[in-house]
Write a protein that binds this ligand. Structure first.
Ligand SMILES: [Mg+2]
Length: 270
């Protein structure tokens, strides 16, 4: 990957969401204007989030409401969608330790759901904001009984404006600890997510914009994409990084992307 971002060719940008486009329920200041400027310059904009709490339609609405930028239909990939894609052809009956919208994403792909551990042939674990000992137990019992263990993602934390909350990886770790079983992980940087994103890419040159090196930048490194690290999420510029995860560019927030691309920031017209 070359170091220049402003050579005039149309590129594909793959944006992470939490910590990059928004933090909790607020858009990162300038995010909508930056995304709009890139779109007006002819670049393709995709979103790839490891967060499996919301279905794609809800995520699209959240991006629009929080930033003013309306994503193209089909331009969003979630780790829940990657899990659905992984399981859709194998006739699984799934027990979900995650949100209702993760369940809806799976059933929307034709996957049968169950809440009975004895009936489950697969367990999908994601960030579960209603986590309880009972729900955790059902997942553990199902996997103990032979069900496949699939994790939407294993991000240890979830970025909030003033703190880091536990992410799906913390719940996955509890299940892993109790069962002694290692999950198939769908989210970045793993293959199920990468496969879904790669199907949507329209340009030969791709840049990943993310806040978490071990997921966002690792995916970019594996796929041969350029790497742009933003410091608005879980990473501090003092955090040391292994050589393979070192970004090509580090910017404070995505509001600085148009400048990096030598574009005029435009009015946010969505
Ligand atoms: Mg992030």
């Amino acid at each position: 990957m070359t170091g220049t971002l402003s050579d005039g060719s149309h590129k594909t940008f793959v944006f992470d969401l939490d910590g990059v486009v928004y933090l909790d329920r607020s858009g990162v200041p300038g995010a909508g204007e930056a995304l709009t400027a890139l779109r007006h310059a002819g670049h393709q904009i995709l979103f790839a989030t490891n967060n499996s709490v919301r279905a794609v339609e809800t995520v699209a609405g959240n991006i629009a409401r929080r930033t003013g930028f309306v994503p193209e239909p089909g331009s969003i990939v979630t780790s829940g969608l990657a899990a659905a894609n992984l399981l859709r052809d194998s006739n699984e009956t799934c027990l979900v330790l995650g949100s209702d919208e993760l369940g809806a994403t799976l059933s929307g792909a034709g996957i049968e759901l169950t809440t009975d551990p004895a009936n489950a042939t697969a367990v999908v674990v994601g960030l579960d904001l209603g986590l309880s000992y009972e729900r955790l137990t059902r997942a553990v019992v199902a996997i103990g009984g032979g069900a496949r263990f699939v994790a939407t993602n294993d991000d240890a934390t979830y970025p909030m404006p003033n703190a880091r909350y536990p992410g799906a990886g913390s719940i996955v770790a509890a299940v892993e600890r109790a069962t002694g079983t290692t999950p198939i992980v769908c989210g970045k940087p793993n293959r199920p997510m990468r496969d879904l994103v790669e199907r949507k890419i329209e340009n030969p040159e791709v840049w990943m914009v993310g806040d978490r090196p071990e997921t966002d930048l690792a995916l970019a490194a594996d796929a041969g994409w350029g790497k742009i690290l933003v410091l608005s999420g879980v990473t501090d510029h003092h955090d040391p990084l292994p050589p393979e995860l070192r970004p090509d560019y580090i910017i404070a927030t995505i509001a600085h992307l148009p400048e990096l691309m030598s574009l005029e920031a435009s009015e946010n017209r969505g």
